[in-house]
Design a protein around this ligand. Sequence first.
Ligand SMILES: [Zn+2]
Length: 476
Amino acid sequence: MRRDISAATPGVKIGLEIHCQLTALKTKLFCSCSSDYRGREPNEMVCPVCFGLPGTLPALNERGVEYAIRIANALGCSVANETTFYRKNYFYPDLPKNFQISQYDKAGGVPIASGGSVRLGPKSIRIRRIQLEEDPGKLTYEGTIEKSTYSLVDYNRAGIALVEIVTEPDFESAKEAKTFLEKLRATVESLGVSDGELEGAMRCDANVSIAGGARVEIKNISSFREVEKALNYEILRQGTFSAGATGANNETRHWDERRSITVSLRLKEGEQDYRYFPEPDLPAVSIDAEYLERVRREMPEVPAARAERFVREYRLSAQTAEELSRDEVLSRFFESTAKSYQGTKEIANWLLGEFRELDRARLESLEPPVTPGGLAELLEMVESREVTRKHARELFRQMVSTGKMPSQLRTAGKRGVVGDEAVLGALVDRLLRDGDTADKARRNPKAFNYLVGRVLAMEPRADPKLVAELIKRMLG
Ligand SMILES: [Zn+2]
């Protein structure tokens, strides 16, 4: 049953429901339990409010509302003037209260935001709504979900603030869905509301149908890589039922990561099964224009807006601007360099090309080896033909390993290259005295290059080739 699934299958419609934890919040959405639940003992971070015990009342975390509005703004949604909470009732062991405090877009319910859109290449993906809700607890099954004879439950996660983002079924392939999710993750991260790298911080349900056939929902896919795999599997599975034939059911399926297949969980529940009704313990939340304006003003810039600004202010091509703006560190570096060097396209090219050779951790550190001023100086030297492009690349590498300005390196170079093996050998010897360093350099080319860099840092006039040779010899 192999066929090319990288190409879009005609008639495929995919909609996504993304659950994004607001990991930047210190506490849960409706109580003061800490939200820092990862790596804790199970059921350690719970309180009577989490459990909905009689006599307790939920109290809304206001910062949660603000963060949800940031996301809504970034996705071009309109924020409600007044938003309400609803109870979604279902019996499942992951809910200690037997209901989840969520939002609802029918029967008078108003979710926090609705109706946005996100550009994805030539098309735009419509956002249906954004809502604020609490995370259920976490279930762990013994073996597989269908065969398990028991499950373990941890309520530390119950009550963590979630923003649910629901798209229209506008995706036509698994790849499109994955690209969107990556873009969304970069957006929420740049908003400072969620760290998508944390395990389980961004989870996704997907519904898939082909040519108006059955609508299948795949639940709780844990990572974006898995989303693409799960969707491709499901498209392939549904594609094996011939058009119009019964076979695929309207159902909920679970993605089994270990076996890389989807398995049927249950026939799809209707919304009536959830018996939604207004949450009597939480008043409606008014969001006035003044508040909205303040949230907007204090919001960090998201990659899409930054890309537009880069095109406008620095006359970069749309593609370069997008590539650059996706990376916050590079973007910041770009703008500081542009303050002292006019050739913005040239700066962008260097950052997207040569900078890839840089060690990220060092670039992100407070004192990166190459400063915006250093790069500007180097580009000026290229422009005035003081150095060739090839030489500039060489200088750049030395800037990375020594942290010096290109002019300093040039002056050092003019004084003559240090080619004295005895002098350089002594330096190498000093570094290799630590046996661990030598061992790593033997096994790992990166560690080897790092060693070359350290020698050059001590003696910038050294000939890098000679240094590499010497180290090789001394490593045996
Ligand atoms: Zn609690």
